[in-house]
Write a protein that binds this ligand. Structure first.
Ligand SMILES: Cc1cc2nc3c(=O)[nH]c(=O)nc-3n(C[C@H](O)[C@H](O)[C@H](O)COP(=O)(O)O)c2cc1C
Length: 188
């Protein structure tokens, strides 16, 4: 198997990290990979805020957990109440990905940001750096005063975050099985 396919298949969501910070070079490499993602009309409507301040990361986690506890969705409430749960799994680096709001109905910044995130996750895996895509940060991103604390450029709104760090366990988590019947064919 070529190395790209191998990296795609080997990447797993990592939920246990070493406290040691990843190097600046590694961080630049994964960010550059994100910037090389495709985007609708080549708008590149993304922004990456790198947070490497444990106090801020822990604060974002605990505020999000408080909001999750008030969710009407049972699994979210349960997850938030789980002993030791940390939104970013105690990763030393968190990247907040924001999309530029667009009035054009044919542009989808969320799709562009997601393409960039997948590039970032794969680049990180190729360097043996653990990552986890974090969608639950949406609870925090729905609170305008919290978003303000991130000092994002005008017109951008955070959509997802990614936890990054050296993997605590080198043993890869088992890959979830792939669902059957997700490919159709229409052939002449
Ligand atoms: C849009 C999106 C949001 C996600 N949000 C979270 C999250 O908030 N917390 C978390 O631990 N994992 C999150 N994940 C990771 C998924 O749980 C994970 O990708 C899935 O279980 C498959 O496992 P794998 O990544 O190891 O292949 C998210 C993944 C995606 C694509």
């Amino acid at each position: 198997m070529n190395t790209v396919l191998e990296t795609i298949k080997n990447r797993r969501s990592i939920r246990s990290y070493l406290p040691e910070q990843i190097s600046g070079d590694e961080l630049e490499t994964v960010l550059e990979a994100a910037l090389w993602a495709p985007s609708g009309h080549n708008t590149q409507p993304w922004h990456f805020l790198v947070i490497q301040d444990k106090k801020k990361i822990d604060d974002m986690s605990s505020k999000t957990i408080s909001l999750m506890k008030k969710s009407p969705v049972d699994w979210i409430q349960k997850l938030a109440s789980r002993e030791g749960y940390h939104l970013f799994h105690n990763a030393p680096t968190v990247i907040v990905i924001s999309g530029r709001k667009s009035a054009d109905p044919l542009l989808f910044p969320l799709a562009d940001c997601s393409a960039a995130i997948q590039n970032l996750l794969l680049a990180a895996e190729s360097l043996n750096i653990g990552t986890c895509w974090i969608g639950l940060s949406k609870f925090l991103f729905d609170v305008p005063e919290e978003v303000k604390t991130l000092s994002l450029p005008e017109g951008y709104h955070p959509v997802y975050s990614v936890a990054l760090g050296y993997k605590k366990e080198q043993l890869r988590p088992t890959a979830p099985a792939r669902k059957e019947g997700t490919v159709g064919w229409y052939r002449a």
